[in-house]
Design a protein around this ligand. Structure first.
Ligand SMILES: [Zn+2]
Ligand SMILES: [Zn+2]
Length: 196
C-alpha cells in the first residue's frame, strides 16, 4: 500500500524497498543515533540519487553517492562545481533535472511520517526519565568525589594541608520547602516525591 504524497510517489517510482520502514526506524530510534527530519530527507534524496545512478547503469564506489549529492545540493559548494557535476551526470545519461525535482524537503518527510505512516515520537516514560536522571546525578557525584580527592591529595603532597588517609563522601541533600523534610537525591528519586 502506498500513499499519494511525494515520498510515496518517489518511493514507488524508484522502487525504494523498505523506505517507510527505514524512515520510521531512524526517526523513532531512542538513542543518540536518531535522525532528524532533515537527516531523513537527505537519506531519502541520496536513495533517489543512488537509484537514478543504478538506472543509468553507472558504477560507483562507496561514499560516491553521498559525495555527488553534496556536490549537487551543498551550500558550501560553488555554483561552478554544481554546474559541472550536473553536466557530468547528464553526460552519463542521468536525468539530473528530474532527479533533483524528485528530492524532498524535511517538511515533506515529516508530513509523510506523521500523516501517511501515522508515526509519532514517543516521549520517554517516567521510569526512563528517572533512570536517566539517576545516572546523570550519580556521574556528577562521582566526579565531585574524584576532584575533591585529587585536590586534597595535592594540597597534602605540597604540605599545605595536614591530613591522614581520607575518604571523600558526596551527599547531595534536597530539602522540601513546604515541610522542611530533607532527602538525599537518591531517596527522593527512589520514593518518587516528598511525603508531605
Ligand atoms: Zn506519504
Ligand atoms: Zn514536603
Amino acid at each position: 500500500m502506498t500513499c499519494g504524497c511525494k515520498v510515496g510517489r518517489i518511493s514507488q517510482r524508484y522502487e525504494l524497498a523498505d523506505l517507510d520502514g527505514e524512515l520510521v526506524r531512524y526517526w523513532t530510534d531512542r538513542t543518540d543515533q536518531r535522525y532528524s527530519t532533515r537527516d531523513l530527507a537527505e537519506h531519502v534524496n541520496q536513495r533517489v540519487l543512488e537509484a537514478a545512478l543504478d538506472d543509468a547503469g553507472l558504477q560507483y564506489k562507496d561514499g560516491e553517492v553521498e559525495n555527488t549529492y553534496r556536490l549537487l545540493t551543498g551550500e558550501d559548494v560553488s555554483s561552478g562545481t554544481q554546474v559541472q557535476t550536473r553536466k557530468e551526470l547528464e553526460r552519463d545519461s542521468v536525468p539530473v533535472e528530474d532527479v533533483e525535482s524528485d528530492f524532498v524537503s524535511h517538511q515533506t518527510v515529516y508530513n509523510h511520517l506523521t500523516n501517511c505512516l501515522e508515526a509519532s515520537l514517543e516521549s520517554p516514560s517516567d521510569e526512563e526519565r528517572l533512570e536517566r536522571s539517576r545516572d546523570k546525578l550519580g556521574a556528577l557525584r562521582n566526579r565531585t568525589a574524584v576532584v575533591t580527592e585529587d585536590t586534597i591529595a595535592q594540597l597534602a603532597r605540597n604540605d599545605v594541608l595536614d591530613v591522614g588517609e581520607f575518604d571523600v563522601l558526596v551527599n547531595v541533600t534536597v530539602s522540601c520547602k513546604d515541610c522542611r523534610q530533607q532527602y538525599t537525591v537518591r531517596d527522593l528519586l527512589e520514593q518518587g516525591g516528598c511525603d508531605c
